[in-house]
Design a protein around this ligand. Structure first.
Ligand SMILES: Nc1ncnc2c1ncn2[C@@H]1O[C@H](COP(=O)(O)OP(=O)(O)OP(=O)(O)O)[C@@H](O)[C@H]1O
Ligand SMILES: O=C(O)C1=C[C@@H](O)[C@@H](O)[C@H](O)C1
Ligand SMILES: [Mg+2]
Length: 173
């Protein structure tokens, strides 16, 4: 069984995922890192050259490959729920945990993280706060539908989130 961390940009999928894998003695993997490694380019450069649909297709292929493996904690990309085939692959091969955060939290983490320029290209021309509100509005039902557990990451450090998550996974399984 795999544990998939889903949620918007900067909700902490990568940070919490590493900690969770350590705590549960599972292997950690990050779909965005695999993407950049396989394509030998940053996500931002890939999207500029090939567009978002090409990104989504490659992302789906990576997810499908991971879903054949077991014992993984997978930090997914923030848009993984946009394709139903990804949701089905996650549900067949494990459980999905939805990490949430307020839009203000997301924007402040995005602005502080040096990886934003290369990993989190804008979806359009909206100012970042508006983009976050609009995209969360579209995706919230998709995250909700895909997940087994939902956990807020506001005002908590990664260790605390990880600890809470381990307890909740143990109670529910
Ligand atoms: N609980 C937290 N408290 C404070 N800062 C956090 C927390 N979780 C993550 N961060 C910070 O937010 C930034 C993004 O974190 P991370 O890369 O784990 O998010 P992500 O959900 O994997 O994002 P993406 O979808 O873009 O891959 C990092 O700078 C990280 O240190
Ligand atoms: O929210 C999104 O659609 C994305 C989030 C990142 O993790 C990357 O997967 C990419 O920038 C797309
Ligand atoms: Mg990540």
């Amino acid at each position: 069984m795999n544990i998939y961390l889903i949620g918007y940009r900067c909700t902490g999928k990568t940070s919490v995922g590493r900690c969770l894998a350590d705590c549960l003695d599972m292997a950690f993997t990050d779909a965005d890192e695999i993407f950049e490694h396989q394509n030998k380019t940053s996500i931002s450069d890939f999207v500029v050259q090939n567009g978002w649909e090409a990104f989504r297709s490659t992302e789906a292929q990576i997810l499908a490959d991971l879903s054949w493996q077991t014992g993984l904690v997978v930090a997914t990309g923030g848009g993984v729920v946009l394709r139903q085939q990804n949701v089905s692959a996650m549900q067949k091969s494990g459980i999905a945990v939805w990490l949430t955060a307020r839009p203000e939290t997301i924007v402040s983490r995005m602005q502080a993280d040096p990886a934003t320029g290369s990993r989190r290209p804008a979806f359009g021309s909206d100012p970042v706060f508006q983009e976050v509100i609009k995209t969360l509005d579209q995706r919230t039902p998709l995250y909700k539908n895909a997940c087994w557990i939902e956990i807020s990451t506001d005002d908590k450090d990664t260790d605390r989130i990880c600890h809470d998550l381990v307890s909740r996974i143990k109670i529910r399984s």
